[in-house]
Design a protein around this ligand. Structure first.
Ligand code: MN
Length: 250
């Protein structure tokens, strides 16, 4: 039910993303349950912040990513619920909605600091703790009043993700810069793309110009190089193996 929008936006013939058909019963009350953050290079780089609740992942797109500094409030756009099994997804979306590269940037458990998560969401104030690899301690998501200028139709969707002051907060450490890689593959965007076909976007990148377009150019070039290097390594190995076999025969 909650996944209608998720399914509507995607063509599962052309995306490797989960179809969202596995039912899931989530823990209730102040019990730990799954959370993740996916770093997503699409038309713009952003971080998708996802909290398991009622069998799905409540989702917010955070353009600048989470900050460990309590003084830095990060805009978080509330987006459609995602299936629970999306939480382990990492890979390349070749075309359509969200086309680009998805990296599993952090994962772990979250624990609501309230008994009724639905009520907290409705109120627009959800306090919780995180226990991930990169994000830990106490946080809050608060809905902003109105929305922001130029966000037509986005009223009520804009929230702020804020770190509470505790032993895990930091005014100095930029966590996105300090820990930029995947917690699943330990790779960067180029490595994830090189596992797929780095050539898919030769004529039609998810972002053409600007900073994001330039990022794609760099990452595609790097991924092609990695692929070429691993191919020539495989070739060298095969040649060596052939030579060894030939020697043995002699
Ligand atoms: Mn996204």
């Amino acid at each position: 039910m909650a996944l209608e929008k998720y399914k509507e936006k995607r063509d599962f013939e052309s995306t490797p993303e989960p179809k969202g058909e596995k039912p899931r019963t989530s823990p209730t009350g102040k019990t730990p349950r799954f959370f993740c953050v996916q770093k997503h290079l699409a038309s713009h780089l952003h971080y998708d912040f996802r909290l398991e609740h009622n069998g799905v992942l409540l989702s917010w797109a955070v353009p600048k990513g989470p900050s460990l500094d309590p003084a830095t409030k990060r805009l978080a756009m509330h987006v459609e619920d995602h299936p629970y099994d999306y939480g382990e997804f990492e890979g390349v979306i070749p075309s359509g909605y969200g086309a680009g590269i998805v990296m599993l940037w952090d994962r772990g458990t979250w624990t609501p600091q309230v008994d009724d998560v639905d009520k907290a969401i409705e109120k627009g104030d959800l306090k919780f703790t995180l226990d991930g690899y990169k994000l830990k301690g106490s946080w809050v998501l608060v809905r902003t009043k109105g929305g922001y200028a130029g966000s037509r139709g986005q009223e009520g969707r804009s929230w702020l993700l804020i770190k509470h002051r505790d032993e895990w907060s930091s005014g100095e450490l930029d966590i996105a810069e300090f820990a930029p890689l995947s917690v699943k593959s330990e790779g960067d965007f180029a490595e994830i793309l090189s596992q797929d076909n780095p050539d898919i976007w030769r004529s039609n990148k998810p972002a053409q110009g600007g900073e994001t377009g330039a990022m794609f150019d760099r990452i595609i070039a790097q991924a092609m190089q990695m692929r070429a290097a691993s191919k020539s390594r495989t070739k060298a190995k095969t040649t060596k193996a052939k030579k060894t076999t030939a020697k043995k025969r002699r």
